[in-house]
Design a protein around this ligand. Structure first.
Ligand SMILES: *Cc1c(COP(=O)(O)O)cnc(C)c1O
Length: 408
């Protein structure tokens, strides 16, 4: 009789998924070249600069400014736009903390809104309802690689005179109506941390089409310097957020193999979309027809315990892992993080802004709660295999459904 791996049976998956990160002799050679060039930092180097240009061009943007990581990229963007004390920025409740912490770092309040039931991306109706006199910007997060509704968000931004910004940490290569994400609004940010779709271990980049903003972003990222000016002239308040040449060299190679990886991920994700939706109690993240490519930082589906003999989501995930299907944890709602529930965040705000703040309440974010409790996130390397690998994901879910009773 078939037995779940969680209960000591044989794991369904015997052939391992591809490893992550991926590299070959191209990365090795590129690193050696940097070593021997003696130019290990960006300022005199050529690799990070070349990467900025190539990545921006790939994403249909005019300018790219590489930086230390994806969190720093958002901080730089907020700083360069002059968003700070007394201001508010609308962010989804369902994202990584950096989307909000980068706003708070500058003394502006991240205002959380719930996400869309189908895509788990920021809900434009909720954005509209959250706008106040203090609102300066909206940050869209393209969750798991699926772009937020950029049409609706841009319309709201235009109507209220706000900046539309994109946190694309999940969305390298994602497209909205045939155009790559990152420069739809005023600016966008990406991460190259190890779990992302391209990586140098750590790293980030900002994209924009606005020449004046490009100068400010670059200046903030390089100690407030300005192009062509003396090294020790500092015109605005910045920091050192420069990406090293080692990382630039690696990222040039990662970009060159990105398209072929993205094709494999897309094919496997389509297969999963078709096959997982046939299983009662499994609903893949909705695929908006305006999304012409999804980078697939993760593959997300919603899980209904009732269709699995009441097996809690966490136990289902343990059973899936035991069968050899790796996952990563879903994000807890931002409003429920200690930094916000304890009131610690108020220390960053103007006193009168802090005094006007009401505590965050759970019932305001029902969809994020479902996302946190009932979604399963498959790692993107599970999409880098062949059709047999994808079929085995489906088989593992079916196996757990058949045997759910045996766990309880
Ligand atoms: C990873 C991530 C970031 C931050 O990127 P780091 O490079 O890790 O600092 C920001 N936003 C989202 C949505 C992320 O997933």
């Amino acid at each position: 009789m078939e037995k779940l791996a969680l209960l000591g049976g044989d794991p369904l998956k015997t052939k391992p998924f591809p490893e992550w990160p991926q590299y070959d002799e191209h990365e090795q050679e590129a690193l050696l070249e940097v070593l021997e060039s003696g130019a290990w930092w960006r300022t005199p180097g050529s690799r990070t600069k070349a990467f900025e240009e190539a990545f921006a061009a790939y994403h249909d943007a005019r300018y790219g400014i590489a930086c230390t990581n994806g969190t720093a990229a958002i901080e730089i963007m907020i700083s360069a736009l002059g968003i700070g004390l007394g201001d508010e920025v609308i962010v989804p409740d369902f994202t990584f903390v950096a989307t909000a912490s980068a706003v708070l770092l500058h003394g502006a309040l991240p205002v959380f809104v719930d996400v869309d039931r189908d895509t788990y991306c920021i809900n434009p109706q909720k954005v509209k309802a959250a706008i106040t006199e203090r609102t300066r910007a909206i940050i869209a997060v393209h969750l798991a690689g699926h772009p937020a509704d950029l049409d609706a968000l841009q319309e709201i931004a235009d109507q209220y005179g706000l900046h539309l910004l994109e946190d694309c940490a999940h969305a390298h290569g994602s497209e909205w109506k045939g155009k790559k994400v990152g420069a739809f609004g005023k600016a966008g940010t990406f991460s190259f941390q190890q779990s992302k779709l391209m990586t140098a271990g750590e790293g980030g980049i900002l994209l924009t089409n606005d020449p004046e903003l490009e100068i400010l972003l670059r200046s903030v990222h390089d100690c407030g310097r300005m192009p062509g000016e003396w090294f020790y002239s500092h015109f605005i308040n910045g920091g050192n957020y420069r990406l090293s040449e080692w990382q630039g060299a690696i990222l040039n190679q990662q970009l060159s193999r990105f398209d072929s990886q993205a094709r494999v991920r897309s094919a496997n994700a389509s297969f999963l979309n078709e096959n997982l939706k046939m299983i009662e109690g499994i609903t893949p993240q909705f695929y908006d027809p305006r999304v012409t490519r999804n980078g697939h930082y993760c593959y997300i589906f919603t899980y209904e315990p009732e269709c699995f003999d009441g097996l809690p989501t966490q136990t289902f995930i343990q059973a899936l892992e035991a069968e050899g299907i790796p996952t990563q944890a879903s994000y807890p709602p931002l409003h429920a993080l200690d930094v916000f529930t304890s009131g610690e965040y108020l220390k960053r705000l103007l006193p009168e802004h802090a005094a006007a703040q009401k505590p965050f309440r759970d019932e305001d974010f029902p969809v994020t709660e479902v996302g946190f409790r009932n979604t399963v996130w498959l790692l993107h390397r599970t999409l880098l295999g062949d059709e047999q690998d994808a079929q085995e994901i489906v088989d593992a879910v079916r196996k757990i459904q058949r045997q759910a009773k045996s766990i309880r």
